[in-house]
Design a protein around this ligand. Structure first.
Ligand SMILES: Cc1cc2nc3c(=O)[nH]c(=O)nc-3n(C[C@H](O)[C@H](O)[C@H](O)COP(=O)(O)OP(=O)(O)OC[C@H]3O[C@@H](n4cnc5c(N)ncnc54)[C@H](O)[C@@H]3O)c2cc1C
Length: 580
């Protein structure tokens, strides 16, 4: 059964970006608009609850010897000069007010003795500017937002509704097609104003710090609707994921003073970033760890399945600071490995963590079409919207700022547009039945391919060939594999034919999305013949500003992927060599 619901604004995704967008739309609407927040999970299970280390922003310029210009410079240098500098300037200008807003909403920030919000050092940042609530920052920010939103009677939550298509009419957004996980009924959210806030896609890798839900659905929906994606080749690998699970050990551990040690017990970062050491940006630390592995300096230990790793040593930080500032890390290490980090180093290695690329948007979060024109009534915010503040490599704690700032911007824009145009949109009935038909076919056909086997092979190819260091032959092999998997996916079978909470069906939809996105990651990587930020190529070890100081743009045509490039916006900071 299909239901059609009309809303003035629909927000797809209830992570930090989506809920911040809904809050701003609700505030701007003063009760005059109806707003839907749709999430494939319960809102409070969105990936953002797992954010650990904190949120960046210049709070106390004098006391911390900090300023917005320095935050902007750190971010741009960290991005290996691929960030759009006007967007970075907007980020640093708005971040302090967002942190203060969350203070008012009730986030229990760690505080200094004089009651100021505490800020800690993070990778690539010149001064301590990461505000934090222990190592559960995301959870507290999400709780504050969710609790606040529940007070608005014009905001409706649709938990556990899986979006399977974005409906467009030429350059106009028309709504979101979803499936209610509890019943398998389909629901079309008809609206002229949509905000996509569906998070990143690092789950195209098996060894990842991200949730199982980080499958990039909204990015795939936009791509399938013919919209362009930007900078997809840049996937961030976080240097310190616990083995064998991939659970993150936040960079805040190094911010609080933890060391990285190789098999000889040396702090090897002195060879790669002598002044910043363990607090160099993530691209540099992850490359350094792989260089140590290549030099035979990796550690193995039969207790952890002999997986090659390095050690993260927190012992000298002391119990008091660990308990106050990193309690979750301690709990995770004890529960997962039986190791108390105040007594023994933790075994860690790089894992896929964050995706810098995503839906091509302008500085106001408005989704852009292939011709660069604004798509009417459609915005993207958070990890899925590539507004280019992170360029080729994100600095830790800049994502939470990005999520809430562009959540606010897009929520306000969508509400203003909805208030200015009262006409409701009519659903395109034929398109909707097509979308329902696709789900029915997926559920009823008896193909010969298991989605899980396809995912296993995708993960293996991505781990082996599209990792921290890449090379031409490996990337081509991975692309061939992905093309084969795409073909095989046409014959995929959903074994579970039931209607209620059919996770087999949901997984299959997500795996289809992941294959499409993996193809763009590899295509972007093959064509970027340089090393920049998270994209490190054996054959081209240096950055090449002459040929590649540009964003890649990919979109789908019948004959395959079209790849083009657009300029990086440079305002004040000319690209220069990065030394840390
Ligand atoms: C372990 C970990 C710790 C991190 N810590 C930090 C940190 O301390 N500081 C920092 O700056 N960054 C951190 N990051 C990055 C940061 O957490 C993310 O970039 C950010 O939370 C993304 O938020 P989001 O709102 O864009 O998306 P998400 O929080 O991922 O939310 C996505 C939403 O979209 C919904 N959705 C997705 N697909 C569909 C679909 N098909 N149908 C319906 N709904 C859908 C989901 O249900 C969810 O509600 C961390 C990342 C990881 C992996």
């Amino acid at each position: 059964m299909m239901e059609v619901l009309k809303y003035d604004v629909v927000v797809l995704g209830s992570g930090l970006a989506g809920m911040r967008a809904a809050l701003e739309a609700a505030r701007a609407s003063k009760g005059r608009l109806r707003i839907a927040v749709i999430s494939k999970l319960h809102a409070m299970r969105s990936h953002s609850v797992a954010a650990e280390g904190g949120i960046s922003g210049v709070l106390y310029p004098k006391k911390n010897k900090d300023n917005e210009r320095l935050h902007a410079f750190d971010t741009i240098k960290g991005s290996d000069y691929l960030a759009d500098q006007d967007a970075v300037q907007l980020l640093v200008k708005n971040a302090p007010n967002e942190i203060k807003l969350f203070d008012h909403l009730g986030v229990p920030w760690n505080r200094l003795d004089d009651a100021r919000i505490g800020q800690r050092p993070f990778g690539g940042m010149s001064v301590p500017r990461t505000a934090f609530a222990a190592d559960k920052t995301g959870f507290f920010m999400m709780s504050a937002l969710y609790d606040t939103l529940l007070e608005f009677s014009n905001v409706d939550f649709f938990h556990e509704h899986l979006a399977t298509a974005m409906i467009m009419n030429k350059n106009d957004f028309k709504g979101i097609f979803t499936m209610d996980m509890a019943t398998r009924d389909t629901v079309f959210f008809s609206s002229g104003n949509g905000i996509i806030a569906t998070g990143g896609f690092a789950r195209i890798y098996q060894f990842t710090t991200t949730s199982y839900s980080s499958t990039g659905d909204g990015i795939a929906l936009a791509y399938n609707a013919g919209l362009p994606l930007k900078d997809m080749e840049f996937v961030q690998f976080h240097p310190t994921a616990l083995i064998p699970s991939g659970i993150l050990i936040t960079e805040a551990a190094r911010g609080e003073g933890a060391y990285l040690l190789n098999a000889k017990g040396e702090r090897f970062m002195k060879k790669y970033a002598a002044s910043k050491m363990e607090l160099a940006p993530r691209d540099i630390v992850s490359r350094a760890i792989y260089s140590e592995f290549a030099a035979g300096m990796g550690v193995t230990d039969s207790r952890f399945g002999d997986i090659e790793h390095v050690q993260l040593d927190l012992r000298h930080i002391g119990d008091r600071d660990i308990d106050e500032k990193l309690p979750m890390i301690k709990e995770i290490s004890i529960k997962q490995l039986g190791i108390d980090p105040s007594k023994e180093p933790l075994p860690v290695r790089p894992a896929a963590h964050f995706t810098m690329g995503g839906i091509h948007v302008g500085i106001d979060g408005n989704v852009l079409s292939v011709s660069g024109k604004k798509v009417s009534g459609l915005w993207a915010a958070g990890e899925c919207g590539c507004v280019s503040v992170h360029g080729a490599n994100r600095l830790g704690s800049n994502s939470l700022s990005q999520c809430v700032i562009w959540g606010k911007i897009t929520g306000e824009k969508a509400a203003k547009r909805a208030l200015a145009r009262s006409k409701t949109t009519l659903p395109l009935v034929g398109r909707l039945y097509d979308e329902e038909g696709k789900i029915n076919i997926l559920l009823t056909k008896n193909g010969s391919e298991s989605p899980y086997e396809i995912r296993r092979e995708l993960w293996a190819a991505m781990e082996r060939d599209v990792n921290v260091y890449r090379n031409n032959a490996g990337l081509r092999r991975a692309l061939k594999t992905v093309h084969e998997l795409k073909e095989r996916f046409k014959d995929v079978s959903v074994e579970d034919k039931s209607k209620v909470y059919n996770t087999n069906l949901r997984d299959t939809v997500e795996i289809g999305n992941m294959i499409g996105l993996a193809e763009t990651v590899i295509t972007g990587a093959i064509n970027r013949k340089e090393s920049r930020g998270a994209h490190a190529m054996h054959e081209y070890p240096s950055r090449d500003d002459k040929n590649f100081l540009k964003h890649s743009i990919m979109y789908k045509k019948k004959e395959g992927i079209t790849l083009e490039y657009v300029k990086v916006k440079i305002t004040n900071w000319k690209p220069e060599a990065r030394h840390y």
